[in-house]
Ligand binder design. Sequence first.
Ligand SMILES: NC(=O)c1ccc[n+]([C@@H]2O[C@H](COP(=O)([O-])OP(=O)(O)OC[C@H]3O[C@@H](n4cnc5c(N)ncnc54)[C@H](O)[C@@H]3O)[C@@H](O)[C@H]2O)c1
Length: 275
Amino acid sequence: MKKLVLTGAAGRLGTILRGPLSQMCEELVTSDIVESLAELKSNETYIRADLADKSAIMALLEGADMVVHFGAIVDEAPFEELLGPNFIGAYNIWEAAYQHGLSRVVYASSIHAVGMYPKTECIGLDVPHRPDGFYGLAKCFAEDLGRMYWEKRGLEAVCLRILSCAPVGNARALGSWLSDGDLVQLVTRAIDTPVAGFSIIYGVSDNDRCPVDNSGAAFLGYRPNDNAEQFAERILAETGPHDPTDPGQMCHGGPFASIPLGEGAKSLLNIPDEE
Ligand SMILES: NC(=O)c1ccc[n+]([C@@H]2O[C@H](COP(=O)([O-])OP(=O)(O)OC[C@H]3O[C@@H](n4cnc5c(N)ncnc54)[C@H](O)[C@@H]3O)[C@@H](O)[C@H]2O)c1
């Protein structure tokens, strides 16, 4: 591949992906809204762009083969705050990708597109959307956008419904954890699979307590290596009793499912600091 674009490059997941993605292409163009990135790879160029700015995104994607779209506001927030980066930003990415003839969009979707399903229901890839807030609604919008651009305009998309790619700090993460290594494998498969059409796949490691079913996306070749069970003894010893009537404990979306619409939920996830 000649040119690959990564948005959200200054974020936690973007930072993990920059190195591996730089090895998959001749030229990696990374982008975010921050001023600059530290330690650019030898074939990496950084371009600052606001996802909500259509002309900036048009310029960013010019000449690219694929885009890995990870930029977003990553928490529940009022609709008006998410509208530019998460909703219009997704439209700008898909429209620019189509206008410039890119072959595929690899998109960081989220479990929060289906976060209101109860955890006792093992959900597959074909369940109807059931967002747990405006943040999840933006992921539903982008997934539907991706399906529409595939069906009407032949632009491929792989939507990675990531569960939790962060250090394990709560009982929910024993099922929902996606390790950094498995994230890299997931994104690599989404890029190098010869045929993607419009695909959805859950971004989750091979956890004993995994609450979702990825078998419908087996053709993508993603075979996770890690398992959060290694943390179970410590986490369960630290965790108090669960309330089975609290949506924040019984639903796939975790605390996003119980907080009022528009209120931030990320701080409730109790994510430990990186080591
Ligand atoms: N980390 C997880 O567990 C998780 C779970 C599900 C989905 N995701 C998705 O994965 C992607 C990356 O998540 P992350 O954990 O790295 O989050 P992050 O907040 O660390 O990174 C997001 C990046 O997007 C950038 N951004 C925000 N608004 C922007 C704008 N208007 N224009 C350009 N860039 C903008 C931010 O500056 C940030 O660097 C997001 O799309 C997120 O929704 C992450």
